[in-house]
Write a protein of this length. Structure first.
Length: 330
């Protein structure tokens, strides 16, 4: 693949990310109409996915290229400097505005941060130190960096079993799933680190500087202090609201991706091997361009370290979602 082909192959991903950030910025800062962006996300995109053909069911064969990583790092930089949501912070904390506008800014920021979990997910799965560091930082802004530990080292191992908080049970409502997944996922991350340090690494206690949960706690606390210093108590409350919405959005996607996709118990606490039937797939274009092919979830679980541009699109055995993840999330 030559350079021109590489550039063309990243354009659907780069363009959708750019439009999302630009749309969030313009609707708040230029138009003072945040609900326009929300209408586009919740109504226009789901409608467009009904008209646009799904991605082909073959294999994306793109060589490992710096251009595909460029998409990830641009998204990270945009989120860190907050050029798409800082106007919302400024309006809410420093300027008088009505509740309707205030709520719209919060919802937009929650949607943008919720989307960014897809970038964090890609960064932390590829076993590259710089990517992992950036992933923890970006998730820390949503007060959810510990979810990286529970996801990579807990969810991917226990998916489809009662041991996995992120697998929705058959008949379980989203409202019952959310608190269970959020709370149990937090304690699962602590348990993962305890086993790693004490049972694998041989330390006498989990309360060690090598415990990633301790650093996640420091990171999230440090971010809270910085927000408080810059924006005051109102800014901190806004940040907490944004993080809560982003987490709910992420967990709603987890709910959709693994609903009732349970592995059979063979013996006590031993389950059948994980296969493509234990994740729901979605081939809708806009969903996968925005979320970096996370819709091909069965392939991701079978080979979690494959870069998003090379993921195998088609798993014949996997159940298929009737709509894209964006549509089903709302």
């Amino acid at each position: 693949m030559n350079k021109i082909q590489e550039l063309l192959s990243i354009m659907p991903y780069f363009t959708t990310q750019a439009l999302m950030y630009m749309g969030a910025y313009i609707s708040i800062n230029d138009w003072n109409q945040p609900w326009i962006f929300i209408f586009v996300v919740m109504c226009v995109i789901p409608a467009a996915e009904q008209l646009i053909s799904p991605l082909p069911t073959d294999i994306l064969k793109s060589e490992e290229s710096v251009y595909f990583k460029f998409v990830l790092f641009v998204c990270f930089v945009l989120l860190v400097i907050d050029w798409s949501i800082t106007p919302g912070f400024n309006y809410i904390t420093n300027k008088p505005c009505d509740l309707f506008f205030w709520t719209g800014c919060i919802v937009i920021s929650g949607l943008v941060h919720g989307h960014h979990f897809a970038v964090t997910h890609e960064l932390t799965h590829k076993q590259e130190p710089i990517g992992s560091i950036l992933g923890y930082i970006s998730a820390g802004k949503q007060f959810y960096s510990h979810a990286i530990i529970s996801h990579v080292y807990g969810h991917h191992k226990e998916v489809g079993t009662p041991l996995d908080p992120a697998t929705a049970r058959f008949g379980e409502s989203l409202y019952k799933f959310l608190p269970r997944s959020i709370v149990d996922g937090y304690f699962q991350a602590w348990e993962v680190e305890k086993k790693r340090l004490v049972e694998v690494e041989g330390y006498s206690t989990q309360w060690h500087p090598m415990n990633r949960m301790i650093w996640c706690s420091i990171l999230q606390s440090g971010f809270s202090v910085l927000v408080f210093i810059k924006f005051g108590i109102h800014g901190l409350l806004v940040s907490i609201c944004i993080g809560a919405l982003a987490i709910i959005f992420l967990e709603a996607i987890n709910y959709i991706d693994h609903y009732a996709a349970e592995r059979k118990e063979l013996t006590s606490k031993e389950y059948e091997p994980m296969d493509a039937t234990h994740s729901w797939d979605s081939y809708h274009r806009i969903t996968n361009y925005l979320f970096l092919n996370v819709g091909f979830h069965s392939s991701h679980h079978l080979k979690p370290y494959i870069p998003y541009q090379n993921i195998q699109l088609y798993q014949q055995q996997s159940p298929k979602l009737p709509q894209g993840i964006i549509t089903l999330s709302y």
